[in-house]
Design a protein around this ligand. Structure first.
Ligand SMILES: [Zn+2]
Length: 340
């Protein structure tokens, strides 16, 4: 890739809308926390951990992901995890983040809901302020568990509602359609949460339709397989539904085998509000800039395409319109200066 394009991506103001904090756990921190909490992990070295990160499908990754999060025990651990993520993305000029965490991944192994949310939220507030990064926090329900467990989690979140912006749906998609979670999403909507869901990553386009019709989502996570259904593409474009696309994740989990075939350019051409995100950057090989770089050359993206992707990340965010406008102005200024 040209140095000029690389420089443009690096300086571009961006927002990240699809990031699992637990998926930003770098092997180095995993070892530190394992030692701090005297937790056994099945690896002897960082190199060995990285070697284990060879996936052929979503489930391969999830097995390691849940093992990795065992090292997170105390509020400080969650704080350190979140701080490390913020410092990484702030250095890449990511100025706003809407991040996920998986409460059930912690409460199921005996870590209290409040331990996780306090550690995460305190870091987002304190470190975000220091770095000039704004944030929203979204809790996801694990779709391989049943709806009763999701409802229990929603109830546990009640005292912390003021710290949360939305709820989402993640983990093993195939065999766990959105329709499994109609009630808990209805309850969350009544409580004023924004709604998002992973759909159409491995699962079929029908899962996206369910997420729209049955869960009434405000934003779609992944959504790649919408491209198989032209009527659905039109619907998503007309409703200006934002899609949080994750290029390196798609490559690493074999959703695409060659970035030259990644659907994001076709999404933009179809008028979809597609955005670029890192998903689980520690596991998939890169943060925001790496994700932009991974598609820029293979898809022959122009400065205008990259600018649109960055703008979409703010228009697709849950910020207030006045805040979105400020960020869009920043992007316009950046592009004008870059071209000058
Ligand atoms: Zn995800």
């Amino acid at each position: 890739m040209s140095n000029q394009l690389k420089k443009f991506i690096a300086g571009l103001p961006k927002a990240e809308l699809h990031l699992h904090l637990e998926g930003s756990l770098e092997p180095k921190l995993m070892f530190e926390l394992a030692k701090r909490n005297q937790i056994k992990i099945p690896y002897k070295s960082i190199a060995e951990v990285k070697e284990a990160y060879q996936f052929t499908q979503l489930q391969d990754f999830l097995d390691i992901y849940y093992m990795g999060m065992n090292v997170l025990q105390t509020e400080q651990d969650f704080y350190d995890l979140t701080e490390a993520y913020l410092r990484k993305v702030a250095a890449e000029n990511t100025q706003h983040v809407e991040v996920f965490f998986d409460p059930q991944g912690h409460t199921e192994r005996g870590v209290k809901f409040e331990t996780a949310i306090h550690g995460i939220h305190n870091a987002l507030t304190e470190v975000g302020k220091e770095l000039g990064v704004t944030f929203k926090l979204i809790m996801c329900f694990l779709r391989h568990l049943d709806e009763a467990s999701a409802i229990k989690t929603l109830n546990e979140a009640e005292p912390f509602k003021h710290l949360l912006c939305g709820v989402g749906l993640d983990s093993s998609e195939l065999g766990h359609p959105p329709s499994k979670f109609i009630n808990v999403f209805k309850m969350a909507k009544q409580q004023g949460y924004k709604l998002v869901a992973h759909a159409g990553e491995e699962g079929p386009a029908d899962y996206i339709i369910e997420a729209l019709d049955l869960l009434k989502i405000d934003r779609l996570d992944h959504g790649n397989r919408a491209m198989e259904n032209p009527a659905l593409v039109s619907r998503l474009a007309n409703s200006k539904m934002a899609l949080t696309v994750c290029p390196l994740s798609n490559l690493k989990l074999c959703g695409v085998t060659d970035m030259a075939n990644h659907p994001i350019k076709k999404m933009l051409e179809a008028g979809l509000v597609a955005t670029v995100n890192s998903d689980d950057p520690s596991y998939f090989g890169g943060y925001m800039n790496a994700n932009f770089e991974s598609i820029a050359e293979p898809l022959n993206l122009s400065i205008a395409d990259l600018t649109l992707l960055a703008k979409n990340s703010f228009t697709g965010s849950f910020l207030e319109q006045t805040e979105i406008d400020q960020y869009l102005n920043k992007i316009d200024q950046y592009v004008a200066n870059f071209n000058a």
